[in-house]
Design a protein. Structure first.
Length: 222
């Protein structure tokens, strides 16, 4: 059995950590995690001594390094392919495309509506750029569900896969900031939020003793 270790930032705030952690969960194998609070005097030294990019998530498999969420997902998928990607070739290509779009885009949403699992900021963060990103995400989810999601609540049907993992931090953002979304989007948000993997992450995030002030206040100038 491979020895898998993942290095993470705060579970309350670190969206990329969540993606890597969900990839580890999708393997179905045990793994160890090390969590360190971000935005602390020793954060850069701590992660810099581990990750070549100086960022989280960082994963090792039998000591071999993995960084960047897509690479982590693709490599870990070799341990349990059916859990990560749809079996159908066309669906698998679609899943990879939307996972890549998430990895590369939606900068305005990230800036205006950061992940803050423990908090609720309804009505805040609705910049034009964030709303445009939300509209595109809703379209992505609707198309995937229409083409491949019959028979289950997730993007590609019954099973929570890596495409869902890539969008899980968006689900967390929607729960925190409560933008106006369609009933179909709301149903998908609820399905991901209530998945056992997410419930485990949320419980751990709520138990963290650390807080970062800039992520706790939706109106920094206030």
């Amino acid at each position: 059995m491979p020895d898998i270790v993942i290095y993470l930032g705060n579970k309350a705030y670190s969206s990329w950590s969540l993606r890597g952690w969900l990839a580890c969960k999708l393997t179905g194998l045990p793994f160890r995690e090390e969590v360190h609070p971000m935005d602390t005097p020793d954060w850069k030294a701590w992660i810099g001594a581990r990750s070549p990019s100086g960022k989280v998530p960082y994963v090792t498999v039998d000591g071999a390094p993995l960084w960047e969420s897509l690479a982590i997902g693709e490599h870990l998928a070799e341990l349990n392919p059916q859990a990560f990607w749809p079996a159908d070739r066309a669906a698998r290509g679609h899943a990879r495309s939307i996972a890549s779009e998430m990895h590369a885009g939606f900068v305005e949403l990230r800036k205006a509506m950061w992940m803050a699992v423990r908090n609720r900021f309804p009505g805040k963060g609705r910049t034009p750029g964030a709303l445009a990103d939300i509209a595109r995400i809703e379209a992505i989810w609707a198309e995937a569900r229409k083409r491949y999601g019959a028979g289950g609540p997730f993007l590609f049907g019954k099973s929570f896969g890596f495409a869902d993992a890539m969008y899980a931090p968006v689900v967390a953002r929607f729960r925190t900031w409560e933008p106006e979304i369609s009933p179909a989007t709301k149903a998908y948000v609820d399905a991901v939020w209530n998945h056992p993997f997410m419930a485990e992450w949320i419980k751990a995030a709520e138990a963290e003793p650390w807080k970062i002030a800039k992520y706790e206040n939706p109106d920094p100038a206030a």
